[in-house]
Structure formats: C-alpha cells, structure tokens
Design a protein around this ligand. Structure first.
Ligand code: PLP
Length: 410
C-alpha cells in the first residue's frame, strides 16, 4: 500500500476512487498480497513434503478461495458451510482438513461424501461417530486426533486454544491411550496428529514447543505400529497490526518446522488464515460527523462493530490511514460507528489524521476475521467486498440490500 499523488493505493488501484464508486463501508483485498503470503509459506517449505490448508474461517469469500485454490492451496474448514464454499469455489475436497470441536453427524457425512482428506477429530465420541458414518458408507475415514499440548500461546484469552482448560482437542497425556482404544474402530485410518494452540501468535516459540510435544507423541504412536504420516501444526503465525510490531518471519519459522519433520520423514500440514489474508485487506469507511462531549473528541464513521468486531471483541488495534493525505496536524479522538453500543469503536483515544465529514479512512489489517465476523446487528446491511488485481478492481460480494436483510423471514 502506497500513497501516490497523495492518494492511498492498494496495488495500483486508488482507494479514493473505489470508495467513490463502490460506496462505504467496503472491504478491499489485494490479490497480489494474498498470493504473496501464500507463496511465502509454500516457498519456505520448498521440496519438504507439505500441505498448506488455508483456514477458510479467516475470509471465506468465494473469489478469495478460488484465488488460493489456483495458487495450489488446500483448505482447513470448521463447518459444513465452509465445505460448501470450498466446493463452490472449485477447491479440491481431497485437500480439505475438517477441524472443530462440534462437528454434527450431517456435517461429517457431507465431508465423507465429498471425500475430504482428513478429519481433525477432537474427542473419542467424535471418533466413534466418524467410524459409524464411514461404515454406513462402506468407507474408511482418514483421521488425525487433535491434541491439546497444554502450551500457553501467549495471545488474547479468546483466541488461545492450547491449554487443558480450553475446550479443544484431547489432553496430550491421554492421547496415546485414546489412539490405542480407537484401534477397535475399523473404519478409521489414523493418518496423523494435529494441534492448534491459538491465533495471532507474535512469538513462534510456543508453536515450536507444541510441535516438539507432538513429535514425541508421534514417536510413541509409531512404536505401537501406527503409520502416522503427517503432523498438522494448526494456524499460521501472527501478523503486525501496529507499524511498530514485528511479526514472526515465516521463512525462519518454517525452517525450524522442516528440521523437526525431516528426521522423522513426516509430511507437514499447516492451516494459516490470518497471515495470508489479514494484511492483504482494508476496510474503507467514510466520516459522517465530528463531535465533542466534554473533553473527548469523536469521529463518527459509517462502519461499525457489525462490520468489524475485532476492536470490540478482543480490544484489537487496527491502524488507520486517511485515503487522502493531509498536511493538517493530527487529532486525538475515538473513531466510532453508528451502532447503539458503547463497545462500538474502531479506535480509542487514538492520534489519527485530521479528517472532516466526507473524508474516507482506511482501517488496515482487516483482510482476516473482518467481513467473516460481520453481522446484520442494528439491521445494517453487510459491506461490499472488492478484490484488487493490479490497477483493476471488481466487486466480489455486492453490498447487501434491505431485501437481503429480511430474506427468509415471515
Ligand atoms: C482459526 C484456526 C486456524 C487459523 O488460524 P490463523 O491464526 O488465522 O492462522 C487454523 N486451524 C484451526 C483449527 C483454527 O481453528
């Protein structure tokens, strides 16, 4: 993203023109950015056996999925709806891993029918259900048990998933016994071991220590005669949301993973979402009003917590840039939306560029868990989504209408 003639551009597309023509709020993604981030993982693994399964929940727009499928990505899904999206986008079901702690029978059956690569199963009852449904179809289902390695991911409490107090996976201390008991389930084939300790990890050390614990388990399982072929690391590394933040270097991280996998001849699976889409997207929003209450200054914009919930949900920081550069001195303000909640803010007590009603702001790092977590709260139609390719851009999801709001209601 760069300023040219004082206008912010994503690739070669001027964001001011996009806002004027497509309206606001609007999510705008860079296809080159997404592809580059995917290639960073792919190139780092090089000739080592690996599968990159993009995490659909980060941003499941069909055009994004198609872009990644064409780049050679597999997909990590957490629902039947996400499998439906992947197939609609032309993704290969044979490269899909199905994660999640609460898969329904219907979802498992849908995935068996599609012929997905592997189920990341999270409990013994789930293994039993997959086995029963596979038997009914006269098939063997490939499974990996999701292990809870009891590692502290040092991230926001809501997106930390690898401690025993969390609902995810099977306690690493019990995993060996679970695999041994599950040998009785004749319609399962135990392909791998998986984990996912959390998201937005700015330090790769916990990821590597989880992997080390997984490796020891794999050694023990192999000693019992299980032909474990792959280790699934879960999500990718964190991203820099603040200009001063340093995100882990993907190549350096992957090198460490490769070393551990190579000695065991293991295939590595990784399911990055945020680090592929996050910094490849922005949310454009227009300033509606400026107002003061007491000493506080507010900039009221047309995007709200229903469009981007991360600040309200996680206290997340999103950097803000003006779409048109100004010389005027910055101001200190809260950037808030129209929704009737005090938690409806995009930035709090933040030094931001001088803006007037009508100006457009770009909320950065909004490509992952942005639109995907948006809602119709306050009966607000969801934003448009736009994909940039060089100097070209096109709408990949039209802005919702009032009709869309009431579809299905009586
Ligand atoms: C959310 C999630 C991911 C993606 O995590 P990122 O931090 O976005 O890379 C991967 N795997 C599982 C099981 C997840 O729940």
């Amino acid at each position: 993203m760069t300023y040219r003639d004082r206008v912010l551009h994503l690739e070669q597309a001027p964001l001011a023109e996009i806002a004027a023509r497509a309206g606001t709020p609007a999510y705008v993604y860079s296809s080159a950015g997404i592809e580059q981030n995917f290639r960073a993982y792919d190139a780092a693994f090089g000739s080592a056996p690996h599968s990159i399964c993009y995490s659909v929940k980060a941003n499941g727009n069909l055009s994004i999925l198609r872009l990644l499928a064409r780049a050679g990505s597999g997909f990590d899904i957490v629902s039947g709806g996400e499998l439906y999206r992947v197939m609609k986008a032309g993704g290969d079901p044979a490269r899909v891993v199905f994660s999640g702690v609460g898969k329904t029978a219907a979802e498992i059956d849908q995935a068996l029918e599609a012929g997905i690569f592997v189920f990341n199963a999270e409990s013994e009852p789930e293994l039993a259900l997959i086995d029963a449904l596979a038997q009914r179809r006269g098939r063997k289902a490939r499974v990996a048990l999701r292990i809870n390695p009891d590692v502290d991911a040092a991230t926001h409490a809501y997106i930390s998933t690898g401690r025993l107090a969390h609902k995810f996976g099977v306690d690493i201390g019990e995993a060996e016994a679970v695999y041994l008991r599950a040998r009785e389930l004749k319609n399962l084939s135990f392909e791998g071991v998986s984990c996912h300790i959390g998201s937005q990890l700015l330090d790769s050390a916990p990821l590597l220590s989880a992997l080390d614990r997984l490796m020891l388990l794999i050694d023990r399982l192999r000693a019992h005669g299980f032909e474990i072929r792959h280790a699934d690391l879960g999500g990718g590394v964190g991203i820099a949301y603040k200009p001063e933040d340093a995100a882990p270097d993907i190549a350096g991280f992957v090198k460490q993973v490769r070393e551990r996998a190579a000695v065991r001849g293991l295939h590595i699976l990784i399911e990055p979402g945020r680090s592929i889409a996050g910094n490849a997207g922005v949310l454009l929003t227009r300033v509606l009003y400026r107002k003061k209450t007491g000493d506080k200054e507010f900039v009221v914009v047309d995007a709200a917590m229903n469009d981007l919930i991360r600040p309200a949900l996680y206290g997340a920081y999103h950097h803000i840039l003006p779409v048109r550069q100004t010389e005027a001195p910055p101001l200190r303000a809260d950037v808030v939306g129209p929704v009737c909640e005090t938690g409806d803010f995009l930035a709090r007590d933040r030094e931001i560029p001088q803006v007037l009603p009508g100006d457009v702001l770009a909320i950065l790092s909004a490509g992952a868990y942005g639109f995907a977590q948006s809602s119709n709260y306050n009966s607000r139609p969801r934003a448009a989504e736009i994909l940039v390719e060089g100097s070209q851009w096109r709408i990949i999801r039209r802005r919702e209408s009032y009709e869309d709001l009431i579809r299905g209601e009586e």
